[in-house]
Design a protein around this ligand. Structure first.
Ligand SMILES: NC(=O)c1ccc[n+]([C@@H]2O[C@H](COP(=O)([O-])OP(=O)(O)OC[C@H]3O[C@@H](n4cnc5c(N)ncnc54)[C@H](OP(=O)(O)O)[C@@H]3O)[C@@H](O)[C@H]2O)c1
Length: 259
C-alpha cells in the first residue's frame, strides 16, 4: 500500500464523515491535513481525530497533499480554486465533493489542470455503507485512479458514473437520508411509547425498511401492486401532500444544481 497524504479544504460534515469511515475501517491515511474557514469546526475535528494536522484557514497546506479534497459548498469553490492552484503538486488529484461545479469549471479555475475527480458521497460512508458515485476527468492517470480507490473504496460502493448524472445522485443518494431519518426516528419514539424496548424498536425498524426495499426489487411487482399489499394505510390522508413536497422541493433543487 502506498503512503498517500490527503488534504481537506473544508473540515465540515463531509470531512468528518470520511474521517469516521476511515477510522472505522482502520484505514486512516498516514497524513491528513485539514483547513477550514471556521476555527471552531477545525478545533472540534482535531479533538475528535488528534492525528490530523490542522492548517487554520491556510488552504494552500492541504492543497499540497497527494489527494486534495474540496469539501466546500458550491458558492465557496470559485474563490478557492485560483488561490490553491499554485500549491498543487503536479501529480496531485483534486477530488471535489461539491455538486454544481462541473469538471470543466474546476479545471478552468485551476488554470487548466486536468487531474480531477468529482465524487458525491453520502453520510452512510461513515459506517462503510456509503453510496459514493464518482466521475474522473480525462487527465486522471491509472495510477491516480488506483490511489483514489485505495483511499476511498472502504467507505462503501463507488460506481463510476457519467458526470452529468452526479447532480441527480446528489438529490437521490447524498440528500436522500434526510428525507427518511426524521420519519424513522419518529417511528422509533412512537414504538417505544407503545411499549417496545429500544432494541426491539430498532430491530423491527431495520427489518421493516430492508424488507420493504427488497419487496420493491421483486420482479413482477408493479409499484401499485407493492403499495396494495397492505390495505390499511394510516397516514394515507397525508400522502399526496408528501408527494407534493418532494416534487416542489426536489425538482427546484435539482434544477439549481444541474443548470
Ligand atoms: N454532508 C454530506 O452528507 C455531503 C454529501 C455529499 C456531498 N457533500 C458536499 O460537500 C460539501 C461540504 O458539505 P458539508 O456537509 O461538509 O458542509 P459543512 O458542514 O457546512 O462544511 C463546510 C465547511 O467549509 C468551510 N468553508 C467555507 N468557506 C471556506 C473556505 N474558503 N476555505 C475553507 N473552508 C471553508 C465552512 O466554514 P463556514 O461554516 O464558516 O462557512 C464549513 O466549516 C458541499 O458541497 C456538499 O454538497 C456533503
Amino acid at each position: 500500500m502506498d503512503t498517500i497524504s490527503v488534504g481537506f479544504i473544508g473540515g465540515g460534515r463531509i470531512a468528518r464523515i470520511i474521517l469516521t469511515g476511515w477510522e472505522r475501517a482502520g484505514a486512516m491515511p498516514e497524513r491528513v491535513i485539514v483547513s477550514d474557514a471556521n476555527p471552531a469546526v477545525l478545533a472540534e475535528l482535531k479533538e475528535r481525530f488528534p492525528a490530523i494536522e490542522v492548517a487554520g484557514d491556510d488552504n494552500t497546506r492541504p492543497a499540497s497533499a497527494d489527494i486534495v479534497v474540496l469539501g466546500l459548498h458550491p458558492p465557496a469553490v470559485g474563490a478557492v480554486l485560483p488561490a490553491i492552484a499554485p500549491a498543487l503538486q503536479s501529480r496531485a488529484l483534486l477530488v471535489s465533493l461539491a455538486p454544481k461545479w462541473k469538471i470543466a469549471g474546476l479545471a478552468g479555475g485551476l488554470a487548466g489542470r486536468q487531474a480531477i475527480a468529482r465524487m458525491i458521497p453520502n453520510a452512510p460512508a461513515a459506517v462503510g455503507s456509503g453510496y459514493n458515485p464518482v466521475s474522473f476527468s480525462e487527465g486522471v492517470t491509472p495510477e491516480q485512479k488506483r490511489q483514489f480507490e485505495q483511499v476511498f473504496s472502504m467507505l462503501g460502493k463507488m460506481p463510476e458514473v457519467a458526470e452529468e448524472k452526479l447532480e441527480a445522485y446528489a438529490v437521490l443518494t447524498a440528500m436522500g437520508p434526510t428525507y427518511f431519518w426524521f420519519q424513522w426516528y419518529e417511528l422509533l419514539d412512537l414504538a417505544r411509547s407503545f411499549g417496545l424496548t429500544d432494541a426491539e424498536a430498532r430491530e423491527g425498524l431495520v427489518a421493516m425498511v430492508e424488507g420493504a426495499l427488497q419487496t420493491m426489487q421483486s420482479p413482477g411487482l408493479t409499484p401499485d401492486a407493492v403499495m396494495d399489499l397492505v390495505p390499511v394505510r394510516p397516514i394515507a390522508a397525508g400522502e399526496e401532500a408528501i408527494r407534493e413536497i418532494y416534487r416542489t422541493n426536489l425538482i427546484g433543487l435539482y434544477r439549481k444544481l444541474a443548470e
